[in-house]
Design a protein around this ligand. Structure first.
Ligand code: PMV
Length: 341
């Protein structure tokens, strides 16, 4: 094929894991399977200008500002995936990205960011070579996104998405993510809210790359990998039956286990802040008092993802969040998302 200059644009959402990926092997192979909700509103929009036949280089702009560190990361990433896209080192890239959610808010911008870049690369690839089927192209985009940031591979699909081989999910793979079958999901989980309370907007003290690495020497790691794998059994049952209490128990347990692993690392680290704990306790008090289905999950950071269904109880829950929980956030920050499909 002949290589030509071209400009492509793609958009990709972020995602939030319910069963967490934490710990990996060589070549971004996850130590356990994970499942996530793809967020509908938290997106990265990316435009790549590819200038063919120029010396390989990458220039990146985030919301109009040049980001040198990001360019370095992308250059390394492109070299890493050159074996799968033979043309990739034969040109210059000008990459412009913007997020629809606050930068450094702790919402996984690496997931949406690498997802959008992988989609752009597949578009350029199709411009040069024969077109793959949509399904093949999506699978390859997920495969490529995984090599940028593991959790990014789940952002290529909407709804509930699984990455990592699990006996419970047909077609699941360590190499790319697959959509969880719609027919296996109770309606109550297809219209869900995820409101992110922005507890702390600063840079994280420990990156997720370092965090994954510390699982290699964590004495509890093997037990944790097994538990995550086992958790797919009740997860599958719950998603099918719509048992909200079982779902809440499982999802909160996964979030706390992720952070417990951090505390049991050597060196230990803690990404939760005082506000994180205050909010968790308030959620538990609220649930005890009202029995309404408000619960939380956490990423590798201090912010709290508030999860609740649209089952008729949402107005009371929203009032509680706005009256009681917002005071624990920096600048009263909350990013509202609804996952509906
Ligand atoms: O994709 P990474 O390497 O940034 O890892 C993300 C890990 C968690 O967000 C903590 C969990 C997950 O499964 O998304």
């Amino acid at each position: 094929y002949t290589i030509q200059s071209t400009t492509v644009s793609e958009s990709c959402p972020s995602n939030i894991a319910l069963i967490k990926y934490w710990g990996k092997y060589e070549n971004q192979i996850p130590a356990n399977p994970s499942i996530s909700y793809t967020l509908n509103h938290c997106k990265t929009n990316t435009t790549i200008e590819f200038l063919a036949n120029e010396p390989f280089s990458v220039q990146t702009f985030l919301s109009g500002n040049e980001e040198l560190k990001f360019a370095e990361k992308i250059e390394k990433y492109f070299k890493n995936i050159a074996q799968y896209l033979p043309w990739i080192l034969k040109g210059k890239y000008i990459i412009k990205t913007e997020n629809t959610f606050p930068h450094s808010s702790g919402i996984a911008s690496s997931a949406s960011g690498f997802g959008a870049i992988a989609k752009c690369l597949m578009k350029i690839d199709e411009f040069f070579s024969s077109k793959n089927s949509d399904e093949e192209s999506l699978q390859k985009a997920s495969f490529l996104a995984r090599l940028g940031s593991g959790s990014a591979c789940r952002s290529l699909h909407s709804g509930l998405v699984v990455w990592g081989e699990s006996d419970e999910v047909e077609g699941s793979s360590d190499l790319f993510a697959v959509q969880y079958p719609n027919s296996e999901i109770h309606d109550v989980f297809k219209d869900f809210n995820d409101w992110v309370l922005l507890i702390h907007e600063g840079v994280k003290s420990v990156s997720s790359t370092v965090g994954h690495g510390l699982m290699n020497t964590n004495p509890y790691a093997e037990r944790r990998f097994l538990e995550a794998r086992e958790n797919f059994v009740p997860m599958k049952e719950t998603l099918k039956s719509g048992d909200m209490n079982a779902f809440i128990k499982l999802v909160e347990h996964e979030a706390l286990t992720l952070h417990a692993m951090m505390m049991m690392s050597d060196p230990a680290f803690i990404l939760m802040k005082t506000g994180t704990l205050e909010v968790i306790n308030k959620i538990w008090d609220f649930r005890r008092q009202t029995e309404l289905p408000l619960f939380f999950t956490l990423d590798a950071g201090a912010n709290v993802h508030l999860l609740f269904p649209n089952d008729g109880s949402e107005d009371k829950i929203k009032t509680f969040i706005e009256k009681e929980l917002l005071q624990h956030t920096q600048k009263n920050g909350v990013v509202k998302d609804v996952m509906k499909w």
